[in-house]
Design a protein around this ligand. Structure first.
Ligand code: SF4
Length: 313
């Protein structure tokens, strides 16, 4: 009797097509080195991807920490180093720390394209979708490590919906589901921390402080959901010299999602991947059409891996 739906929990998957296109336009400029986490590199924009640009000879590098990109900038003073700033509260403090590091070291050739998202406002937006059929939320443990349980308490109270913060091991997920089932059966709604070995009530105050020092809250565009007030971040004026949007000044009209791709419906729990007509046919992990198939965290990629088309009912 339990249906598990994936929400907008993968940062790559919720990055809008326009943001990906803007990143690619910047990455193809002469004299630019683009640094990115590995899961962004194959995400298709409207006409290219970072992987395609790399194959064409553009300098695209995978980094494992944002501060690695600052080091690349220091080592290449005649180039501009662009970091794709993508991720939720889990990643945002590390990007903020890289900006503080560049500021401290007076690095002038390091830029961040800020596409960060905040989980809380997206949860509110999901609750506004009438056909989303959500009875409870398994909340992301990695985000809660930073924000703490306290971030989600007003949400659970405002909507009267059961919430469980879960970790990543099978037993963590089962514990979270058990919590939600228990709350639903007993008709109560609260935030239960089912990942106490990683999450505290207050989260990581130092990480929050670093985030707040560098970023202001802003509106953001989410793939499949649209614009959500206060769901993004922008670099504060004090650090605007590191803001790639200011520096590269590329304005693009909104890009439509790939034709036929149902990522938006999947990210809001209204469809599951096998209901997308492209799933496993023209869209596979080897040749993805949409971001939900590219990232290992993406719902379509997960379905393809664990429930591939040949064996699905
Ligand atoms: Fe988009 Fe591919 Fe998923 Fe369909 S299967 S929703 S085209 S990513």
């Amino acid at each position: 009797g339990i249906t598990l739906l994936s929400g907008p929990g993968c940062p790559v998957c919720v990055t809008s097509q326009t943001e990906i296109d803007r990143l690619c336009r910047m990455a193809e400029m002469d004299g630019v080195i683009t640094a990115t986490f590995g899961d962004m590199i194959r995400v298709p924009g409207s006409d290219t991807s970072l992987a395609d640009l790399k194959a064409e000879g553009k300098d695209i590098r995978i980094v494992y920490a944002a501060t690695d990109a600052v080091e690349i900038a220091v080592q290449n003073p005649d180039k501009k180093v662009l970091l794709a700033g993508i991720g939720f509260e889990t990643t945002t403090p590390t990007i903020a720390a890289s900006i503080l590091m560049a500021h401290r070291m007076s690095v002038t050739n390091y830029f961040v394209l800020c596409c960060h998202k905040r989980v809380g406002p997206a949860l509110d937006a999901l609750m506004q979708i009438k056909d989303a059929r959500i009875d409870g939320f398994l909340l992301p443990g990695h985000v809660a490590v930073i924000t703490g349980t306290r971030e989600f308490v007003p949400f659970a109270e405002a909507h009267g919906i059961p919430c469980a913060i879960a970790g990543f091991e099978p037993a963590d997920i089962l514990r979270g589901i058990l919590s939600l089932a228990g709350q639903i059966v007993s008709a109560c709604a609260r935030v239960e921390n089912c990942y106490p070995r990683g999450v505290t009530y207050d989260g990581n105050p130092r990480a929050i402080q670093v985030m707040e020092a560098v970023f202001d809250v802003a509106d953001a565009e989410w793939r499949g959901i649209g614009r959500i007030d206060g769901s993004g971040l922008k670099i504060k004026k004090k650090y605007e010299m590191f803001d790639a949007e200011n520096h590269f000044d590329i304005t693009l009209p909104p890009s439509p999602p790939p034709s036929g791709c149902k990522c938006g419906m999947i990210l809001t729990g209204r469809l599951v991947p096998p209901q997308c007509p492209l799933f496993g046919k023209t869209c596979t992990p080897a040749a993805p059409t949409g971001p939900c198939m590219v990232s290992g965290e993406g719902t379509c990629a997960a379905y393809y891996r664990y429930h591939p088309p040949a064996t699905r009912e």
